[in-house]
Design a protein around this ligand. Structure first.
Ligand code: PLP
Length: 421
């Protein structure tokens, strides 16, 4: 810890929330150097949907490495890449009647967002990208231009342009239809807003406070895109790869986005890789036009290919549904019994509870003292956000849910004691 405080930049963040030095992790548990065990309800911000060091993926990875499999190849063809492309197409795309070509940009999510924005502009010859309030799409300048949070957006130290923010589903209350609102700008050539190259959204605003888009809203946004010649981009970097209960988070709406972005849990193992899925007719890139040294990391292909096996078994979908319902029930109970916890948000295995930001930080710290790693979300970090591995067993899930309940009890009680004493 001392060496980190001394040598690592002040930009470090998560280590401030969870001050421990970790040395091992298995499934939904992490361990620190003092031998303490933690339950992980953060799961690498959704990069570890199948838990830490998933045994099936580890075996495939170790085998690949011990046979001197290719680790780095730029985008030269490897057997690891061929296997992934084929299995992703067979296991994920075809059964969902989706036809996409696959582009591997740089290894992080924001690289996929940048690639999608470039492509949308190239395809349409338009500049503006419509995004939504509380959106988060990454920390590079292009992604920041479509990100809601002002402190993140101003971090580049220069004006970020080319993005146009519109109200997300529900942002203006129950009485305002935000699709109609957006349409009123698109249909009027004097509205001050140019015809957009694309509309991009998250189905669940993972960093922005867990607001969710309804199926109807998503379908109507898709219809707007078709009507006004804009591409529809779904940023499924955090909500995808099964987090909401289906492989793609938009499956419930039955929409067919022009471009879909995946990253965080795509490799399934925490190895960085990201993917842009694009409709074949949009594939007008010139060779090398969007290049990079680390695109489509081979060890990540190996584990990603193995991870796809989960999506072949109906039992897995059923378990996700049951666990999601249980999370909702437990969180609703906290809302019902605590006046200062106001709302359950999110869906599937990404849900959270809304409270005062100070209380939320206290609950998070108390949970950590009780051995639970859990993140907050939202503009003021006012949402306690649950991201347990999808593979967590019932015992682990119940343990985490009761730590959350007990932490809320402990902290709001002590708040009450301080206030009256
Ligand atoms: C994390 C995230 C990104 C950015 O991914 P990085 O790997 O951090 O660059 C983009 N969009 C969404 C929805 C995310 O959750």
């Amino acid at each position: 810890m001392d060496v980190v405080n001394q040598l690592e930049s002040e930009v470090r963040s998560y280590c401030r929330t969870w001050p421990a030095t970790f040395n091992r992790a298995v499934g939904h548990h992490m361990y620190d150097v003092d031998g303490r065990q933690y339950l992980d309800f953060f799961a690498g911000a959704g990069a570890l949907n199948y838990g830490h060091n998933n045994p099936a993926m580890k075996e495939k990875l170790l085998e690949y490495l011990s046979n001197d499999g290719i680790v780095h190849s730029l985008d030269m063809v490897t057997v690891a890449k061929e296997a992934f492309l084929e299995k992703f197409n067979e296991t994920i795309l075809k059964p969902r009647d989706l036809e996409y070509k696959m582009q591997f940009p740089g290894p992080t999510g924001t690289n996929a967002v940048e690639a999608a924005m470039k492509l949308a502009r190239k395809v349409t010859g338009r500049e503006e990208i419509v995004s939504f309030t509380n959106a988060f799409h990454g920390m590079t300048l292009g992604s920041l231009s479509i990100t809601g949070n002002s402190s993140k957006r101003s971090g580049g130290g220069m004006a970020v342009r080319g993005g146009q923010t519109m109200p997300y589903d529900g942002y203006m209350g129950d009485d305002v239809d935000t699709v109609e609102y957006l349409q009123s700008f698109l249909e009027n050539s004097s509205s001050g807003i140019d015809a957009p190259a694309a509309i991009i959204f998250e189905t669940v605003q993972a960093e922005g406070g867990l607001s969710t888009a309804s199926n109807g809203w998503m379908r109507r946004i898709e219809a707007l895109c078709r009507e006004y010649g804009a591409l529809l981009i779904v940023d499924d970097i955090q909500a995808g790869c099964g987090r909401t209960g289906t492989f793609f988070s938009f499956e419930t709406a039955g929409i067919k986005p022009d471009i879909v972005l995946l990253s965080k849990s795509l490799s399934g193992y925490g190895l960085p890789v990201s993917l842009v899925l694009l409709k074949p007719e949009l594939d007008i890139w010139d060779p090398g036009e969007h290049n990079g040294t680390f695109r489509g990391h081979n060890p990540a292909f190996v584990t990603a290919t193995e991870a796809l096996n989960y999506w072949k078994t109906p039992v897995f979908y059923g378990a996700l549904k049951a666990k999601s319902a249980r999370i909702n029930e437990a969180l609703s109970e906290i809302v019902d019994t605590h006046p200062d916890v106001t709302e359950v948000r999110g869906r599937g295995m990404i849900q959270g509870i809304v409270m005062d930001p100070k209380l939320c930080a206290d609950v998070q710290a108390e949970a950590f003292r009780r051995g639970l790693i859990i993140e907050t979300s939202g503009a003021e970090s006012e949402v306690l956000k649950l991201l347990p591995p999808l593979t967590i067993d019932d015992l682990g899930l119940e343990e985490g849910l009761s730590i959350i309940k007990n932490s809320v009890n402990a902290v709001s009680e002590s708040t009450l004691t301080t206030a009256t004493g």
